[in-house]
Design a protein around this ligand. Structure first.
Ligand code: GDP
Ligand code: MG
Length: 275
């Protein structure tokens, strides 16, 4: 290539590829360079944790279990199952407070949130991570996307979720198919944008709205929600539905936050050959 051609070439330079040692094989066909943390909020889930942890892939880098001051053996069971599990004890109350504490403790480039009741399957994590490494900023699990489903949604929950999802889509110009679902993943660099400052089950709604307001690239992946294995749900459809509604309205009035720029090292490998 002559110096002239280089001089007049206005295409952006190739971004640096991470060294090969940075890549973790996650299937026989795929390896990734970012590290992955999984956050598990858990309140009295000792009986369910063996099922949940058994579904978590070996290639994840970190499990952060956020204990909601459980009165059963949640923490002991988690430590027995995975001696390197990181335990965070939440200081406030509710799932939102727990997730905020868990996210803040994560060291991974990618954060995945998964429930501890056996309803969400860790074997789906690869789809969330796959969407993130190929260009998404934020990935929502959806029980309504083709290939998804739920064994757990009651009539009231289904109706409430549908109405609230429609409202968010209308107000924020999104095309979400599922608003109130606890299986999501995102690049840790977007934590500032999400800036979680809520306590309860409105947390997923708040994340979905803030992601949209900041202009993040949000992808949905199909997810199948199973029934909680042991114990009872902590969610109350009316009380928590109203909390979600208040969140939707409050966020409408407040200003968006600018998203963090994508660092060169996090560029999807797929665009490396494009320059
Ligand atoms: N640490 C913590 N976890 C919670 C709290 N509330 C719910 N969770 C966890 O959040 C997940 C979803 O809660 P769940 O009661 O199953 O609600 P549902 O899935 O909406 O029916 C489960 O793993 C719960 O253990 C809380 O206050 N603190
Ligand atoms: Mg549940």
């Amino acid at each position: 290539m002559s110096p002239d051609i280089v001089k007049h070439n206005t295409k952006p330079p190739l971004r640096a590829m991470p060294p090969i040692e940075r890549f973790t094989p996650i299937t026989p066909h795929m390896a990734i360079s970012p590290t992955v943390s999984v956050v598990v909020p858990a309140m009295n889930e000792a009986e369910n944790l063996p099922h949940v942890f058994a579904t978590l892939p070996q290639w994840i880098d970190e499990i952060v279990l956020v204990d909601g001051n459980s009165v059963d053996d949640t923490v002991a069971v988690a430590k027995r199952l995975r001696p390197n599990v990181r335990i965070v004890t939440q200081t406030g109350k509710g799932k939102g407070n727990a997730l905020a504490a868990g996210f803040a403790a994560c060291t991974g480039d990618i954060i995945v949130m998964i429930d501890a009741d056996g309803s969400t399957d860790g074997r789906e994590i690869i789809q969330f991570v796959g969407a993130l490494v190929t260009g998404a900023d934020f990935v929502k699990g959806s029980r309504y996307a083709s290939g998804g489903g739920s064994d757990d949604l009651t009539f009231n929950r289904k109706l409430g979720n549908k109405v609230l999802t429609g409202l968010v889509n209308r107000i924020y110009g999104t095309s979400y198919s599922d608003l109130c679902y606890g299986y999501n993943a995102f690049w840790a660099r977007h934590l500032d944008v999400l800036n979680l400052d809520c306590d309860g089950f409105e947390v997923e709604t708040l994340m979905n709205i803030r992601a949209a307001k900041a202009g993040l690239k949000v992808h949905e992946v199909p997810s199948h929600e199973r029934n909680r294995i042991h114990g009872e749900s902590n969610l109350h459809a009316v009380r928590d539905g109203l909390r979600v509604l208040r969140t939707i309205i409050r966020e409408w009035r407040s200003n968006p936050v600018a998203a963090a720029p994508e660092p060169a090292a996090a560029t999807p490998a797929a665009d490396q050959g494009a320059a």
